[in-house]
Design a protein around this ligand. Structure first.
Ligand SMILES: [Zn+2]
Length: 238
């Protein structure tokens, strides 16, 4: 499974997923169609599937144009807010790309119908706007309880699982993590690494379950009350 980032807007990553043996390609959260079509053309790949983690326009805005251009099937979560959706996904739903099998976990919090896509054998998870490297999504629709449980589901995956969030927020998150968890040397080291990467305008993703367990203050929060306090503090942190 090859996974390629397609940068979009100011800080989104749209992930292209390609299976060499079947030649099939999927895209995760195409907020914009043009950069996806360009990336497909550059690699000679044909899009067959569109997978959405949640309804926000910066994750679904390219759905209809891509479907029209490629005849792709659109799979996404529950509530009917996914443009052009063909297949409804919920907890336990299966996705296939060639021989790669993914399963859906419901991870509410950022939105109520947010899902994650987990390819257990590949040790890959697409986590949308639920977990970011060293951070987590804002609570637009859900409660702290829901988001804390959702992060717990992701953090409980095998520690070598690579996590693919949908935004390049790592540097701002690392600065907050250093503030929230000042005695954590793994956070300080990662802040230095991420600063160097972003100075060279390089991507900081994917991350991994192991890295997040070590350095993500929201994952490391011992209880919901601590999580809720950190999330509120991060909302206004500069
Ligand atoms: Zn979102």
């Amino acid at each position: 499974m090859q996974i390629v980032p397609v940068p979009a807007f100011t800080d989104n990553y749209i992930w292209l997923v390609h299976d060499d043996s079947s030649g099939e390609t999927a895209v995760v959260d195409p907020g914009d169609a043009a950069p996806v079509l360009e990336a497909l053309k550059a690699r000679g790949w044909t899009l067959a599937q569109i997978w959405n983690t949640h309804w926000h326009p910066d994750h679904t805005g390219g759905n209809l144009v891509l479907k029209e251009a490629t005849g792709s099937t659109i799979s996404g979560p529950g509530s009917g807010r996914i443009p052009g959706r063909d297949i409804s996904l919920s907890e336990g739903s299966e996705l296939r790309l060639g021989d790669h099998v993914g399963r859906v976990v419901e991870v509410p919090g950022h939105t109520l119908d947010h899902i994650g896509l987990i390819f257990d054998e590949d040790r890959v998870a697409f986590v949308g706007d639920t977990l970011f490297a060293m951070g987590c999504g804002r609570l637009f629709e859900g409660t702290p309880e829901q988001m804390y449980a959702s992060l717990g589901k992701i953090a409980a995956l095998p520690e070598d699982t690579r996590l693919y969030p949908a935004h390049e927020y790592t540097l701002a998150n690392a600065r907050f993590a250093a503030h929230a968890d000042p005695d954590n040397s793994a956070v300080a080291e990662r802040l230095a690494e991420v600063t160097a990467l972003r100075d060279r305008e390089q991507i900081t993703l994917p991350t991994s379950v192991a890295e997040e367990r070590r350095t993500n203050p929201f994952v490391r929060a011992p209880d919901v009350a601590t999580f809720a306090r950190l999330r509120a503090e991060k909302d206004s942190f500069r």
